[in-house]
Design a protein around this ligand. Structure first.
Ligand code: DUC
Ligand code: ZN
Ligand code: ZN
Ligand code: ZN
Length: 478
């Protein structure tokens, strides 16, 4: 097995930073050593197969994006990144593990939905991957399948309070699924928006001739998110099920989570880069020769972008600092404008929902370090360590220590990254929601289980190198 020494860098973990060398033996980390250490009297640098010079750079655990939707069927089309293109883009951006959502659709068996997802991903991924299970049809058979999910290495499942007729679960279904989760230790993930009420607002807006992308955000008002978040918290409280709310965008939803946590309830929340950096007003103002006001479709996602006048993003950054929110995932769900987002021209409700971002999460959050929003250690914590702990990967992933997988990123704080199509952009999309973003840092080198897959501007990864990772129960359970 090849040996590698990452030498001279600052190793950053969730709990601190120090100058250290990292010795890798095959796929795992052998030791974290004082700089320039010898091992049994032998100069390490002279005896390993490869030396990576990380002088002046940060050595961090590879990013874990716990919320992606490769190839998700949605709105009559499917997310444009395959497992191959999506994991390649992730690797370029310093993410070395994704947890994607296997889908059970209406009328389908959970087991069949899961098997189909394994088939899509197997042999295609450049980095390791796990699955959560979307349960889109909660009935007796699905509840029975939930009981066996942890044995499959899938320790979390997701329900939707939105999207009636597609993925939607009503309160009776949620209650029953949570009872099973409380019994088995599964983490309940929730898309918390009041779908039936939103659908009425959507219909009324369309009837008034309000058809541009901006009205997607108007219909999906923050009250819809706050109410659903509160309801999910109450159902979780009643059933004693741990709850993880995905893509939190409204400050009022954060307040619901914070209040529940203050009472000792096991509830958690993630936000996404789009809610930290982008606003509904920017979406409204977007216009181009090619698309006119339909340009705003690039930022149609659910939960939606929020109004900057209400200062949601300030509250989200604050919640990331205070641990009212625990982590940041992308909800990577890319659609091209051409032939995909375009389906909703003249009717915002038909725009496939989603933003592609799996490639840029590490950079965008690093910019939060530069801007003084979070510390360097918190950056590592919310992008790698907590995702690992939250979803049963910790020890193997999310940390730089002896015995862990050698999933490592060498990050250059003096480097620079220009995001956009034709610049830094490897996702399978004809546009970028992040066009023009400039980052004061750069992903230099990426290792996935000891293999160098990104070597500055060179991509060395291969489809099939990534494996399915069986996850244990959340390490946040009490
Ligand atoms: N939100 C999105 O933006 N896309 C896919 C599903 C979802 O909930
Ligand atoms: Zn969602
Ligand atoms: Zn402000
Ligand atoms: Zn999602």
């Amino acid at each position: 097995m090849a040996t590698t020494l990452i030498r001279g860098g600052t190793v950053v973990t969730a709990t601190g930073r120090s100058l250290a060398d990292v010795l890798i033996d095959g796929e795992t980390i052998r030791a974290v050593l004082a700089p320039g250490s010898e091992l049994l009297g032998v100069d390490l640098a002279a005896s390993v197969d490869r030396v990576i010079d990380a002088t002046g750079k940060y050595v961090i655990p590879g990013g874990i994006d716990a919320h992606t939707h490769m190839e998700l069927p949605f709105g009559g089309t499917a997310a444009s990144d395959t497992f191959e293109t999506g994991t390649r883009a992730a690797a370029w951006g310093g993410t070395t593990t994704i947890v994607d959502f296997a889908v059970q659709t209406y009328g389908q068996r959970v087991e069949d939905g899961l098997a189909a997802w394994h088939e899509k991903a197997a042999g295609s991924c450049a980095i390791d991957y796990g699955f959560h299970q979307i349960v889109g049809d909660v009935d007796e058979a699905s509840l029975a399948a939930l009981r066996g999910l942890a044995d499959e290495g899938i320790s979390s499942y997701k329900l939707f309070m939105a999207y009636p007729g597609v993925f939607y679960s009503d309160d009776a279904q949620i209650l029953q699924a949570m009872q099973v989760a409380a019994d088995t230790g599964l983490m309940t993930m929730m898309h918390a928006e009041n779908g039936p009420a939103i659908d009425v607002l959507v219909r009324q807006l369309l009837e008034q001739g309000k058809r541009d992308p901006y009205f997607h955000g108007v219909a999906r008002a923050w009250q819809m998110e706050e109410e659903a978040t509160h309801r999910a918290i109450m159902l979780a409280h009643l059933t004693n099920a741990p709850l993880y709310v995905v893509h939190v965008s409204a400050k009022q939803a954060v307040a619901q989570l914070a209040a529940a946590r203050d009472t000792g309830q096991n509830v958690f929340g993630e936000t996404c880069p789009q809610y930290l950096y982008l606003s509904l007003e920017e979406q409204l103002g977007a216009s181009s020769d090619e698309w006119g006001a339909f340009e705003g479709a690039k930022w149609v996602c659910s939960t939606p972008l929020r109004s900057k006048h209400e200062h949601h993003s300030d509250e989200l950054w604050s919640a990331l600092r205070t641990n009212d929110l625990q982590m940041v995932s992308t909800d990577h769900c890319p659609f091209c404008m051409k032939d995909q987002k375009e389906l909703g021209r003249g009717d915002f409700s038909k725009i496939p929902n989603g933003i592609g971002g799996v490639e840029h999460r590490m950079d965008l959050l690093y910019q939060g370090v530069v801007d003084g929003q979070i510390s360097l250690e918190r950056w590592v914590e919310i992008t790698a360590t907590t995702p690992a702990r939250m979803f049963g990967l910790y020890g193997r992933k999310g940390v730089i220590q002896a015995g862990a997988d050698a999933d490592i990123v060498v990050y250059d704080p003096k480097g620079h990254t220009s995001i956009g199509v034709g610049r830094t952009h490897h996702m399978n999309m004809d546009h970028s929601a992040w066009e023009g973003f400039e980052i004061d840092g750069h992903v230099d080198t990426v290792l996935s289980r000891g293999r160098v897959i990104v070597d500055d501007a060179q991509y060395l990864g291969r489809p099939g190198d990534g494996s399915f990772v069986k996850r244990g129960l959340s390490q946040y359970l009490v």
